[in-house]
Ligand binder design. Sequence first.
Ligand code: PRP
Ligand code: ZN
Length: 299
Amino acid sequence: MDKHERLKVAVQKSGRLTENSLDLLARCGLKYTRGKDQLLCYGENMPLDVLLVRDDDIPDLVQEDVCDLGIVGLNVVEEKRLGFLARGRAPLFEQLQTLDYGRCRLSIAVPEKMPYSGPASLAGKRIATTYPNILSKWLADRGVRAEVVVLSGAVEIAPRLGRADLICDLVSTGGTLQANSLREVEKVFESQAVLIRTPVPLPPEKEDWMRRMLVRIDGVQQVKESKYIMLHAPRSALPEIRRLLPGSESPTVIPLDGLGDKVAVHAVCRENVFWETLESLKGAGASAVLVLPVEKMLA
Ligand code: PRP
Ligand code: ZN
């Protein structure tokens, strides 16, 4: 396969999405070597390479057809999309499924001493952000006129430097806000990781790999929390046990030789299984309870 036939996936170089994204691709079966420049991961067992780039560049790379697939935060995608919309155009990337990690929120935060009693308190204020499109829309939707100060980084120190009165920035743990004596007052946008792809049709072999990767990513997403449970129980306890198994479809019930009324129950649970669940199962008559992680699942 020649070089241009290799699928290119854009992933954030270093940040909240990096580790989970590389881990996701590895769970899809990808083995890669990281280049000396640390910017390209070469796929050894698939015609697929990973480009490590700034998250803000990912939509453009996909849009300009440099990359076929990208993993990026919804916050970045939404900011780009609104930018296009404002210019009367549609973005040239397709948004696919959200991935269950990289959760954070874009929030408005004010200096601890600044009074705040709702969006009207923002009127006439200067708000520093790297997300001017999302923020402007949020303000416009509420009929608030404020000045949006566009910065390219270090937003959290803008109020102290006198460049703005308050900020609108990403928050996940809240540590950055706390360290800068800022108070979160409004959630503007909720974000998590999302897949985007080029809308351009790919050569058949490449398209085939794209399709296979998307199916695998879906499979990985589905088994993430899934557990396989095996237990023994008296047949009479089955209705109660079925009720207790979190997110499982019909479990397999197997008679146990020589154990009279006892049966073995095997089930895939689509949700995490907590100790509390095991204790309830035991209370309902289950014994020999075993919980195993599910590695792969193909529906
Ligand atoms: C965001 C934001 C804060 C930090 C907040 O930056 O700008 O600096 O995360 O996280 P916390 O609430 O856990 O302290 P990020 O690392 O996403 O960089 P980016 O904006 O360049 O993507
Ligand atoms: Zn960024």
